[in-house]
Design a protein around this ligand. Structure first.
Ligand SMILES: *Cc1c(COP(=O)(O)O)cnc(C)c1O
Length: 376
């Protein structure tokens, strides 16, 4: 019998790597051009290619998603208070603190784990200027309800769409909602440029302003119009993105097959809940979150540990909640009583491994551990 511990470790994700030889021509181009950054030819090509692939009008590439978030808030001159979710990666709220903005946390919806529009209005004060929701796990927020509330109160909406690469609702990109959407191309994301990010803008004017902000505020050689930052993506990262884009459809397809395999076999396990797929027309299967509920024989942390013993390294996204970190936990909106749903989900969630190179027998190995500990 092959001992499961002797088989290779499985991690929650693994970047999709194109063949190294396919990257060499791009490097050759960089070496020939001797243009390494500052909006070079590959940067321009990737912006156009992403607009075409994603179905968006304007995109500004960044060195990473966090700088893109910080710059998006600057671009819209957001101040005062911003309503956001505690159930996300910490960069969502950190981008507010870096702008001197006070985050106001609102609880999440128990079905989608996205910001609950039902609870949004009660958190609005005269200081509120914007809403910063997250399309958690790539599942669309209730964009229509959020927009309606934003319009009623004159608020801006910036989507942290770090998980939402390629997601479409009906015939449109999810990224076309709100005033701006922010992507991350970090190594752990569905589409990566090693490190990278982007802002999706609805107008050429907004893009132009953002492009100034990410380049120190320069509009020409001698004119600086804003205290901008250095947020530029390099040619090296843009090249990797162009190459990665060629295989993205295959990667998403394989993720979809893994998602279906998990769902089919986990459905029969008492106390294991799979997050419903969401209402998107095109999904990206960025994550595979499950809940270990009360009926399951192990606590979430015990299951996490059990999987670990089998060399399966999952992640508890998103535990702890952002509101548990020291720079947030004293805030009134971070109180436990304000966030009962987020608190419960964070105590039960585990994200199972999902990435294109994950083989069916590895998926089965993961499911077997979960199944073999059920019903005791
Ligand atoms: C990854 C991520 C970010 C940050 O993106 P980086 O490119 O790593 O800076 C922000 N928000 C969410 C929800 C993320 O998952």
């Amino acid at each position: 019998m092959s001992d499961q511990k002797k088989s290779s470790p499985i991690y929650v994700t693994q970047p999709y790597m194109p063949a190294l030889e396919d990257f060499i021509p791009y490097l050759q181009q960089i070496w020939d051009n001797k243009i390494l950054t500052n909006g070079g030819p590959l940067h321009q090509q990737l912006e156009q290619a992403l607009c075409d692939y994603l179905g968006v009008k304007h995109i500004s590439l960044f060195a990473n998603g966090t700088l893109a978030l910080i710059t998006a808030l600057q671009a819209l001159r957001i101040t005062g208070e911003v309503i956001t979710t505690p159930y996300s990666f910490v960069a969502t709220a950190h981008s507010l603190l870096w702008n001197g903005i006070k985050p106001v946390f609102v609880d999440i919806d128990p079905v989608t784990f996205n910001l609950d529009p039902e609870k949004l209005e009660a958190a609005i004060t005269p200081q509120t200027t914007a809403i910063l929701p997250v399309h958690c796990y790539g599942h669309p927020c209730d964009v229509d309800r959020i927009q309606k509330i934003a319009d009623n109160y004159g608020l801006k909406v910036i989507y942290d769409a770090a998980h939402a690469f390629g997601v479409r609702t009906e015939d449109d990109s999810l990224l076309n909602h709100g005033d701006l959407s922010v992507l991350s191309f970090h190594a752990t994301k569905v589409f990566n440029t090693f490190e990278g990010g982007a802002i999706v803008s609805p107008t050429a004017k907004a893009k132009k302003h953002i492009d100034h902000l990410k380049n120190f505020g320069f509009v020409d050689e001698t004119t600086v119009v804003a205290p901008g930052i250095n947020g530029k993506m390099s040619e090296f990262n843009a090249a990797f993105g162009l190459l990665q884009l060629k295989s993205i459809d295959n990667a998403l397809q394989r993720r979809g097959a893994i998602d279906a395999r998990y769902r089919a076999r986990l459905a029969g396990i008492d106390g294991i809940h799979c997050l419903p797929g969401g209402n998107q027309k095109v999904a990206n299967f960025a994550y595979f979150p499950i809940l270990a509920q009360e009926r399951y024989s192990l606590s979430r942390d015990a299951l996490f540990q059990k999987l670990h013993e089998h060399d399966i390294h999952t992640r508890r996204y998103f535990y702890p909640l952002i509101t548990d970190f020291p720079m947030y936990r004293g805030m009134p909106s971070a109180a436990h009583s304000n966030l009962p749903v987020a608190r419960k989900i964070a105590s039960q969630v585990i994200c199972l491994p999902i990435y294109p190179a994950l083989a069916d027998d590895q998926v089965d190995r993961i499911i077997d551990v979960i199944a073999s500990n059920a019903g005791k």
